[in-house]
Design a protein around this ligand. Structure first.
Ligand code: PLP
Length: 397
């Protein structure tokens, strides 16, 4: 007898993608200490926090230094200023949210796992793959059955529900990591109609929404009826540089109910039990991101990354390589040349031209044969890496 650990952890696969990359790079560096490596594998940002956030956080630190302006515990679901600022950001696109539908978070990763508390573990999850690995692992840790819906070139990496698609929870990510694919409004509407028809809930990961251009949707709440079937999980990481500072937000509509239980009210109960709020300083910084000046600065950084993405896609175009993403997302998802497997292509790039990317197989079995390039690196490294790839790939199609 005695204490039983959570046996679901036995069902997790070793998460070896970034570990294996680091090992290979380390070994190569030891053998070739004089060679420069060009990193197109990073999922972290390289630009600093936007100035508006920094200024607001400095002022908030000063608030904490004086008894008259000091803040102790903050409200568990977020300070009103942050919740209103985030709701105001949606209002700019015509989406009306009650600030009480916005919950502050420590980032999207935390929420993607924590939010599963709202659903019985007997409700199976459907995950479109290739996918950000946290969806699968958080579901398995919770003891939830997981099934997959494969994305591929045939559906432009944007799978849609069919007559046999069954699940209670579905994770969607648009713009997608790793493929960079973005659902159109019509496509998202199909998912929303499917979810409303069968009483499923969509967990919509919008971590990269700020990269979207033109008419494509930033939010699932741009569709009709999403307020009765969707939760949107957002992050300031890739937009305003909060990867190491940690801040995000989650939208749970008040109209979202299942079996007479209100999911917004349940999340209030969850947060007031499991958190004591999020740093006042960070929330003040986060609220400043949504000001005109903050949003202008965010776009400046995004355009900086997009220029890197353009450099990469131009090189792939010149070499005649098929790819997805790169336009409305920081990631370019390319087909490996000559039918190479993704780890073999990783080795080829490292050994021949010292470029490091991310093998698609690490994002799920259907990522095999594809490769992710990130635009978060420095422009200099990106230019050198792109030119080296162009030359290498011209001879390998
Ligand atoms: N969702 C996706 C698709 C991501 O790629 C990432 C980070 O890379 C996250 C969520 C996590 O973001 P955060 O830094 O807010 O935890």
């Amino acid at each position: 007898m005695g204490l039983k650990p959570n046996g679901n952890y036995r069902n997790l696969k070793d998460s070896y993608l970034f570990f294996r990359i680091a090992k290979k790079v380390e070994a190569y560096r030891a053998e070739h200490p004089a060679l420069t490596l060009y990193r197109l594998g990073i999922g972290d940002v390289s630009r600093p926090l936007c100035g508006a956030a920094i200024q607001a956080m400095h002022a908030a630190v000063e608030d904490q230094a004086k008894a008259e302006t000091f803040h102790g515990y903050t409200p568990e679901c977020g300070i009103p200023e942050f919740r209103s600022a985030a709701a105001g950001y949606y209002a700019r696109r015509g989406i009306r949210l009650d600030p009480e539908e916005v919950f502050v978070s420590s980032g999207a990763s935390d929420e993607l796992g924590d939010i599963l508390d709202l659903f019985e573990t007997s409700s199976p999850a459907l995950i479109t793959q290739p996918a950000y690995p946290a969806y699968v692992d958080a579901s398995i840790m919770a003891g939830r059955a997981v099934s997959f819906l494969n994305a591929g070139p045939d559906n432009d990496f944007l799978p849609l529900p069919g007559p046999d698609t069954a699940a209670d929870l579905i994770y969607l990510c648009s713009p997608n990591n790793p493929t960079g694919a973005v659902y159109t409004l019509e496509q998202l509407q199909k998912w929303v109609d499917w979810a409303n028809d069968r009483g499923a809930v969509i967990l919509f990961d919008a971590a990269y929404e700020a990269f979207v251009e033109g008419d494509l949707p930033h939010s699932i709440f741009e569709t009709e009826g999403a307020e009765t079937c969707a939760i949107e999980i957002c992050s300031l990481s890739k937009t305003a540089g909060f990867t190491g500072t940690r801040l995000g937000y989650t939208v749970i509509p008040k109209a979202l109910e299942r079996e007479g239980m209100n999911l917004n009210a349940m999340w209030v109960r969850n947060r007031t039990t499991k958190t004591n709020g999020i740093s006042y300083i960070l929330q003040k910084g986060g609220a400043a991101v949504f000001t005109d000046e903050g949003l202008r600065q965010v776009q400046e950084s995004i355009q900086f990354y997009k220029q890197n993405a353009r450099v990469l896609t131009e090189a792939l175009d010149a070499a005649g390589v098929r790819y997805w993403g790169g336009k409305n997302a920081p990631y370019v998802w390319m087909a490996c040349p000559e039918g190479l497997k993704s780890w073999d292509f990783f080795d080829l790039l490292l050994n021949e031209i010292q470029v490091i990317g991310t093998p698609g197989e690490g994002f799920g079995a259907c990522g095999e044969g594809f490769f992710r390039l990130s635009s978060f690196g420095s422009p200099e490294d990106t230019r050198t890496a792109a030119e080296r790839m162009r030359v290498l790939l011209m001879h390998r199609q």
